[in-house]
Ligand binder design. Structure first.
Ligand code: MN
Length: 754
């Protein structure tokens, strides 16, 4: 029994200066260990197929090297190993993962793959091949690729599982990439891939992806927490042993077969907790959880879990509001377990997770394990349902891709809530869903006609946010129809798509009238309703499409009287005089001077600055912070901190518009930043604070507010500093003051008002 398992894999970076002979041996050795892992799953002829895929991949990648200097083939082999070992995939997926980069990067064609391995494997490999040319650089390439993956996902979930394995290996070897690449890849990972892994039930992979992203996005916090975790490891092991000792004794008496161990929480989840609660590492009480795995027969699973629960709560007092029963109501991603938090020795709260070996396998290997246990059972499949929902949304969606990615994230990757119909059926919805989302989830016709909802028998507006466990009844009217305003509060992709579709349909109907009016007007001028004339008018009135033109005419927003500015030649309209507003110059031209290449570095902050930039209001960067530039349309370059709450979204969605930036040394300009201070009330504390700031460090104070009550005070200070070094020194000095418990940098949008 291991007292404490380690979550994050230590990455060993070997030096690659091997001879060709040694390299060949190394590749063969890795290939053999892959085969060894697969051995139990191999059927007749499988080994031959895998060897064939391996040979094709080796040959295709033979001239390529990874950034680490290793031969490229090391990567597809590693991805295959993750697929087999950590996700539980089989032979066909191994073939696909060996080939996953061939079509994209080498001379191998999709047709070759199909000829060798058949259509099933070719389709998966196609799904794994990135779209290399997105014509419109403004729409995000990442989003386009992601959309493509999702389209294939609904046909075959293995695409996404292999993609996750690919991403995991790239994250594990990210050290070799250039810093700006690291930031982009890590942001994309935290923004889409980690939530996706979570949604697919791959807890270990999700956790590792989060930790690895944090390592690059928040290097300091990551190192600090990792260090503190290892410093406190002995003490924790001692405590865990003390905690589990009486439990083991009791469990042994029951005759149950079990494993019990303590498991440290991930660095990323500890960090989240520190941020959310505004506490230091030492104040996070649940740095670990106790996990008990019972080996049960299928019919005794629930009974055994509750037996273990009862035995633990006989020993330690449980916190009544922290019991989570995912045995009776598994999570959408298939997770089943019983969680409770109990008061352990020395009055410390300890989370205990109870599950059977089957549940544990599903928790760790997610989808693949889920299918393994599903075989032969008629149980309705939550993954299939989920895929059906995604398919429905993707097939009816024509919004631009960035929107799509955002919608997808809020609808399909968010935490979920359970909502009950009056008959007791349960629907799962993403958190923040409203009554209207629920109506659309039941049926789009019900959503479209929804005029009110009763939540727990009480009538409330349709925009009311629902909470898990609510019972909701929908009230409809045949006169109701979707409106623009609905889009402001619905969160599910299904509701959004249906509302947009219906608004467009409505607009189309109205536009028909406009078309008739226009026809009449053109007739009277002797011109006809042809494409040339329509295009002329679309550009004259500066509307996005001909649909908008007809619609505007119908609702009298566009006045056809202006047509006298045209003359008619044959049946064509031509301008008489140029319209002055047409040559309006967009302010975007000034940002054209900004180089967009990754390799180029923008240094800003110099007094002789030629680049127009501004500092993001959401994170208020100061010199010394790790920053990046975002090329915005209209506002030039905006500088954000890499740990800005908006950074991950920007980097994941607008990769090509991110530029690497660095501060130039400059001691002349100072920047406004804010600190939050918490401490115990003490006479003269304000004096002491101001003394340090303006007296000793000679920093300018812009504003200072202190609020106190019941012996505790909270203050916010706005100061002008030159760089991060100066700010860090200030924080250090303030922390040393008696009575000051916490000093934090403010970086939330409204915390600083200039
Ligand atoms: Mn790859």
């Amino acid at each position: 029994m291991d007292a404490e398992q380690v979550t994050t894999q230590e990455i060993v970076l070997p030096k690659y200066n091997l001879t060709e002979e040694q390299e060949k041996k190394l590749i063969l050795r890795q290939y053999r260990s892959l085969l060894k892992l697969l051995r139990p799953k191999l059927k007749k002829d499988d080994e031959e197929l895998i060897r064939r895929a391996f040979e094709i991949a080796v040959d295709a990648h033979k001239t390529m090297r990874r950034k680490s200097g290793e031969p490229y083939i090391v990567h597809p082999i590693a991805v295959s190993m993750i697929c087999v070992e950590e996700i539980g995939l089989g032979v066909r997926s191994t073939i696909c993962s060996l080939l996953h980069d061939t079509v994209e990067d080498t001379d191998v064609m999709l047709e070759d793959v199909e000829r060798e391995f058949g259509i099933e494997i070719a389709r998966i490999v196609d799904g794994l091949t990135k779209i290399s040319n997105v014509i419109d650089t403004n729409s995000s390439q990442q989003a386009e690729n992601f959309k493509k993956i999702l389209l294939t996902l609904t046909d075959d979930p293995r695409v996404i599982l292999i993609k996750l394995a690919d991403r995991l290996h790239n994250m594990r070897t990210l050290d070799y990439m250039k810093p700006e690449k690291q930031l982009k890849i890590a942001s994309e990972t935290i923004w889409v891939y980690a939530p996706l892994a979570h949604r697919m039930g791959l807890y270990n992979i999700k956790t590792e992806l989060e930790d690895l992203s944090m390592k690059y996005l928040e290097p300091q916090a990551y190192k600090e927490i990792a260090k503190k975790l290892s410093e406190t490891k002995r003490e924790r092991s001692r405590y865990i042993n003390e905690f589990i000792k009486p439990i083991i004794e009791k469990l042994k008496k029951t005759g149950l077969d079990f494993d019990i161990y303590g498991r440290p929480k991930s660095i990323h989840s500890i960090w989240n907790k520190m941020k959310k609660k505004g506490v230091d590492f030492d104040e996070v009480y649940d740095l670990f959880a106790i996990r008990i795995i019972v080996y049960s027969s299928p019919e005794k699973e629930k009974e055994d879990c509750w037996k273990v629960y009862s035995l633990i709560t006989d020993e330690y007092m449980p916190s009544p509001e922290r019991l989570r029963d995912w045995l009776s109501n598994p999570k959408n991603n298939g997770y089943e377990a019983l969680h409770t938090t109990v008061m352990g020795p020395q009055g410390r709260w300890v989370e205990v997770q109870i599950r059977t070996n089957r549940m544990n396998e599903i928790a760790e290997k997610g989808l693949a394990a889920h299918y393994k246990y599903k075989e032969g059972s008629n149980e309705e499949d939550r993954f299939d349902k989920w895929f059906a929902q995604i398919r429905e949304v993707i097939s009816s969606q024509d919004t631009d891709s960035v929107d799509f990615l955002q919608d997808f994230k809020t609808s399909f990757l968010a935490e979920e809530i359970y909502i009950y119909t009056p008959k007791g059926d349960v629907k799962m919805l993403p958190v923040n869903s409203t009554g209207l989302d629920f109506a659309f989830a039941i049926h789009s016709a019900i959503g479209s006609r929804c005029i009110g909802v009763k939540v727990n028998h009480k009538l409330v507006p349709i925009s009311t946010k629902l909470r898990s466990g609510d019972q909701v009844e929908i009230i409809t009217s045949s006169k109701q129809k979707p409106s623009d305003a609905w889009l402001q509060f619905v969160v599910t992709a299904k509701a959004k798509t249906k509302i947009k579709d219906s608004l467009k349909e409505e607009k189309r109907k109205i536009a028909e009238d406009g078309k008739v009016m226009m026809q009449k007007k053109l007739d009277s001028l002797g011109a006809s309703l042809n494409q040339h004339n329509i295009d002329e008018l679309v550009s004259y009135y500066k509307v996005p499409s001909q649909l908008d033109l007809f619609y505007n005419i119908a609702v009298k927003q566009t006045d056809l009287k202006e047509l006298k500015e045209f003359k008619v030649i044959g049946d064509k309209l031509e301008f008489i005089k140029p319209v002055k507003t047409i040559t309006e110059i967009k302010p975007e031209t000034e940002i054209k001077s900004i180089p967009k290449k990754d390799s180029e570095l923008i240094i800003f902050g110099e007094s002789s600055d030629k680049i127009k930039y501004s500092l993001a209001k959401c994170c208020n960067p100061i010199p010394g912070d790790m920053v990046f530039g975002f090329v915005s349309t209209g506002k030039g370059l905006i500088i954000h901190r890499t740990n800005c709450p908006n950074a991950a979204r920007l980097m994941a969605n607008y990769g090509p518009r991110i530029v690497k930036t660095k501060w130039a040394k400059n001691k002349e300009i100072s920047f406004l930043t804010g600190l939050k201070i918490i401490g115990t009330d003490d006479v003269g504390v304000i004096n002491k604070i101001t003394n340090i700031i303006s007296g000793e460090l000679r920093i300018n104070i812009a504003a200072l507010t202190i609020e106190s009550g019941e012996g505790v005070f909270e203050g916010s200070i706005k100061v002008f500093v030159h760089d991060k070094e100066e700010l860090d020194e200030l924080v250090d000095r303030l922390k040393q003051l008696n009575g000051i418990h916490e000093v934090q940098r403010l970086d939330i949008e409204d915390s600083i008002t200039t």
